[in-house]
Write a new protein. Structure first.
Length: 86
């Protein structure tokens, strides 16, 4: 991958500021994750982004399969324990 010449910080990590809108239920779920794992909301977003990127690397799909698309918000706080690296 070609490194951008516009970046001021040429280190291995760089910040991406993404403006997005979340439904209230999704926001509450993310806040609950942050609270239960004692992380900042932004860190939860980063970890979930990396999980999604890893899933894309495995299956090559940007969106969930048709089977899972019926669930707008996966209630994974109730169904399974989620492991988020700090």
């Amino acid at each position: 991958m070609k490194e951008s010449t516009k970046r001021k910080n040429k280190g291995p990590n760089f910040n991406v500021y993404v403006g997005t809108t979340l439904r209230y239920e999704v926001f509450c779920e993310m806040e609950a994750l942050a609270s239960s794992h004692k992380l900042a909301n932004a860190q939860v977003v980063r970890e979930l982004f990396l999980c999604g990127l890893a899933a894309y690397g495995r299956d090559g799909r940007v969106r969930e399969s048709a089977v899972n698309s019926d669930l707008a918000v996966t209630p994974f706080l109730e169904e399974a324990e989620v492991e988020i690296a700090a």
